[in-house]
Structures are given as C-alpha cells and as structure tokens.
Design a protein around this ligand. Structure first.
Ligand SMILES: [Zn+2]
Length: 254
C-alpha cells in the first residue's frame, strides 16, 4: 500500500493569503501546506480521501491518473470544494464513485446541483455515483475492505477510514471507545493536530499525542496543521520518536 500526502494544511492552507507570519514566509517546502487530503493506492485500487480546493494542483503534482473512489470525511469546504475538478477523471472513466455520510451527500447535492442533475445535464458537467457510508458497515472493493471510523468534529460527525493496517482520521476532536477499538494493531495512524493552543473542533498537538498513546500504532503522522504550530523542522524535533509531522508530497509505503 502506498500513501501519498496530497495536502497537510488546515482550512486556509499555508501560506495564508496576505500573512506576514514567519512560517507563512518560510522557504522550507515542508512549511507549505495545501488543504488536507491523502491518496491511497492499495492492490490496484486508487482511493482519494476528500477533494478540497487544491484538488487540481494535487492531482497534477502527484501524477494521479485514475480514481476508483473518493471517500469524504465531512462536508466542510476545505474537504469538498474541489469536486468540480474531477472532470478529467470523469471524461476518462465515467461516473466517479463518491462515498460519504448521507448528510454529506445531501450537502454536496445542494452545493453542486449540476453534478447530481439527471435531466438536461450540461455536457461538460462531471458525474458521480454517490454511495452512502454507514457507521459499522465496511466498504468493499473487490476482496478489500475499508472500514469507516466514526468521530466528532465539535458538533459535526466525521468519518475517518481504515485500510488494513493504515488509518486516516482528520478534523477529529472527540472519538468514542467503540471507534478507538477499531484502531488496534495499526502500522500507521494519521491524525489531525492543529496547533499547540486548544481549539473547539480540532485536536491540538497534546490531544493528538494523547490519542496516539492510547491507539498505539507503530508510527503516527500528524496532519491538518496550522502555521501557528510552528516551523516543520522545529516541531518535528520535539515529537516522540514514532510520531512525525506529515508534509505535502510525503509518500509512505505500508
Ligand atoms: Zn478541515
């Protein structure tokens, strides 16, 4: 399994437009973060988790040529606003299967009504095949299974996804023991860590580290990072030896 970090930044991306913050002005490419997303290639299947406003650039940079499924975590724009840019994949492959909670599918249908239109479709509009994700029900792809992991982003439900020994969770603030039990024996866990200061709807760094200590994956990568967390190089030095800051275009093999 190959995991490619397409984006590792929080909602505004880093650099933030107009920001004079030293991290936003950093020359280190690891301090530049597009909106959060990951590409998972697993036994011939190609999954992209979320489809934010940087999707087009992420597909060009990563060289992704085929998508079997887009799995959505939730409906916030930093995770969904790039949906129109699936057009090149749609023109080559036909309807793109999109997996999401029913609430998220309804939200996308409202915001991207032309994509979901069944009559009098604009010829250039992309098409999707919506598939509802239900907590407790695995998604099957050939002989492979992807397990949704239910969590809370403040008052909003979100899904993370487990692919065999790899799990990807972002925009988490609370997670139930039932979901934690689904995260045993992981090689790699990806979890959000926004900044050091507490936040109402995101784990801060300490909460992410505490969560990692409970789940005990072999390795953990932090994502959905704010510029306020600090320079990549300096933050990395402070982390436990099996915890890493993810960065854009990082590729790991599991
Ligand atoms: Zn987000």
């Amino acid at each position: 399994m190959k995991v490619y970090f397409l984006g590792t930044g929080t909602s505004q991306g880093i650099p933030v437009i107009g920001s004079q913050h030293s991290v936003c002005k950093s020359q280190d490419p690891k301090d530049h973060r597009l909106r959060v997303s990951v590409w998972v290639e697993w036994d011939g299947f190609s999954f992209v988790v979320d489809c934010g406003p940087d999707f087009r650039q992420q597909m060009l940079t990563s060289g992704c040529q085929h998508i079997d499924a887009i799995l959505f975590t939730h409906e916030h724009s930093d995770h969904t606003a790039g949906l129109d840019d699936i057009r090149p994949f749609f023109f080559r492959q036909g309807n793109i299967p999109i997996y999401a909670h029913q609430r998220v599918l309804k939200n996308l249908e409202r915001r991207f009504d032309y994509i979901f239109e069944t009559e009098n479709r604009y010829p250039g509009a992309p098409g999707v095949t919506p598939i509802e994700v239900i907590d407790g029900k695995q998604l099957s792809f050939g002989e492979k299974f992807v397990e949704p992991i239910d969590a809370m982003h403040g008052n909003l439900q979100v899904f993370g996804y487990r692919f065999d020994a790899f799990a990807y969770l972002t925009d988490v603030k609370q997670i139930s023991p039932v979901s934690v039990a689904k995260l045993q024996n992981l090689e790699v866990l990806v979890i959000n860590a926004l900044r050091e200061e507490p936040h109402d709807t995101h784990f801060n760094l300490q909460e992410a580290l505490d969560f990692i200590a409970v789940v005990r994956p072999k390795k953990a990568y932090l994502t959905h990072i704010s510029h306020i967390l600090g320079f990549h190089e300096e933050v990395q030095e402070k982390l436990p030896e099996n915890v890493f800051l993810a960065y854009d275009n990082l590729t790991i093999t599991i």
